[in-house]
Design a protein around this ligand. Structure first.
Ligand SMILES: Nc1ncnc2c1ncn2[C@@H]1O[C@H](COP(=O)(O)OP(=O)(O)OP(=O)(O)O)[C@@H](O)[C@H]1O
Ligand SMILES: [Mg+2]
Length: 393
């Protein structure tokens, strides 16, 4: 980007970014849990963050370090991040655990996205590059591994998820437990040993005319409602299919679900460099972390086995380098991808072509990169001893 460096963030901005760092076991962000101390920023953009662990040698330390560094680095004015590690006193630990327990109770029967779910928003700099195709195929491939995957179609006006997953039933609103307000219950589809839970405006509207009425609704308001009024229940992942060409929804997500990671989809055309820069800028402005880039509509292989770079070459790698992230994979152009979407059968489910194989490989890589509760073993009892029996329920 340009040679002039952006101004360093204010300490409060850094603290706001740290609210995106979730301690997955305690189910809250490290600021509200009292783990992050007073942030310091010098004139060169070097950021120092005191972080107190509940116990020394907590296995989550590496994860928290990575999260803190990568979140804070999304600010263009940051040149370095130093963490000063500390350990909580017994009193501090009790306060943190009390808070975590209180949260756990509040969460019960809640309609919001569960804190343990990894949130991935599939976005792009421009329309028509295959966001929705990538969303349904990754969702299906992750679910096929035995996991529960929510799919939120945030393309409020241009929804395509119901067709691509062959799920068009009306959504039901139901009263959950003794809640006063009814919640929207996602439509479900079993995939192997896993489950898809899907919500889209395409499952709300009766016809094109009703769809038009939604235009009056503020886009971000609609997405906010989906996040707050849907009873997602258990989720391992939430994949969000972003609408084309708007930063509004992304900004809204950054505010409502700051732990969202972006997966940016691009075509291989290097001439799309401007678009690449826009996507990178959008990520920076909303302080969302970019989990990686997927190049879609990469080369086409004809029936005779010859490869054609129809949309150019190198766009995915160029974008990944621009954003400072990794290229998660390259999906070739295949009739089976479009056909699967038209039939409501994502090609990643059982398809044998190169696109299907690549979708499954990327899904596996995403799963492998997500920490599991097993990885956190040893942390569970970390503060238990410090909590009075009366608080353990
Ligand atoms: N790898 C691929 N091979 C062949 N066709 C593809 C591939 N990826 C996407 N398509 C087709 O390209 C079209 C656009 O894809 P898709 O709807 O997923 O893009 P999008 O980025 O979600 O678009 P929008 O910005 O309008 O939401 C669809 O018809 C889809 O079936
Ligand atoms: Mg789309």
């Amino acid at each position: 980007m340009s040679g002039r460096r952006a101004a360093p963030p204010a300490p409060a901005d850094v603290t706001a970014m740290l609210r995106a760092v979730i301690d997955p076991e305690l189910g809250d962000n490290i600021v509200d849990l009292g783990m992050a101390g007073e942030v310091r920023v010098d004139g060169e953009g070097r950021v120092t963050i005191p972080v107190k662990l509940t116990i020394r040698g907590c296995p989550l330390r590496a994860q928290i370090k990575k999260d803190v560094e990568s979140r804070v680095a999304t600010h263009p004015g940051v040149t370095g991040v130093t963490i000063e590690w500390g350990e909580m006193t017994a009193d501090e630990r009790t306060a943190t655990m009390t808070r975590a327990r209180w949260n756990a109770r509040q969460q019960a029967g809640d309609t919001r996205v569960p804190l343990g779910a990894r949130v991935l928003a599939i976005a792009s700099g421009k329309g028509g590059v295959g966001k929705s195709s990538v969303t349904v195929n990754l969702a299906a491939a992750i679910a096929a591994e035995g996991l529960v995957v929510g799919v939120l179609d945030a393309d409020i006006w241009g929804f395509s998820i119901p067709r691509m997953l062959g799920m068009s039933d009306r959504l039901e609103a139901r009263r959950i437990g003794d809640a006063e307000k009814p919640s929207i219950v996602p439509n479900e589809r079993r995939v192997g040993g896993g489950l898809l839970k899907v919500v889209s405006t395409g499952m709300l509207v009766e016809d094109e005319g009703t769809a038009l009425m939604w235009r009056g609704l503020m886009l971000t308001k609609a997405v906010e409602q989906f996040l707050n009024d849907v009873h997602w229940g258990d989720l391992d992942y939430l994949l969000i299919d972003m609408p084309p060409g708007t930063g509004d929804v992304q900004m809204g997500l950054a505010r409502m679900l700051p732990r969202t990671d972006l997966v940016i989809v691009t075509t291989p055309a290097v001439s799309a460099q401007k678009v690449a820069i826009r996507a990178a800028d959008m990520a920076r402005r909303s302080f969302l972390r970019v989990a990686g880039v997927i190049e879609n509509m990469s080369s086409f292989t004809c029936d005779h086995g010859a490869h054609y770079a129809l949309f150019g070459e190198g766009g995915g790698a160029a974008l990944a380098a621009e954003v400072g992230t990794e290229l998660l994979g390259r999906i070739p152009i295949e009739r089976a991808v479009a056909h699967g979407s038209d039939e409501g059968q994502p090609v990643a489910l059982g398809g044998t072509g190169a696109a299907a194989v690549e979708f499954r490989r990327i899904a596996r890589a995403i799963i492998d990169a997500t920490p599991t509760t097993a990885d956190m073993g040893g942390c569970s009892a970390r503060a238990d001893d410090a909590v009075p029996l009366t608080l353990r329920r």
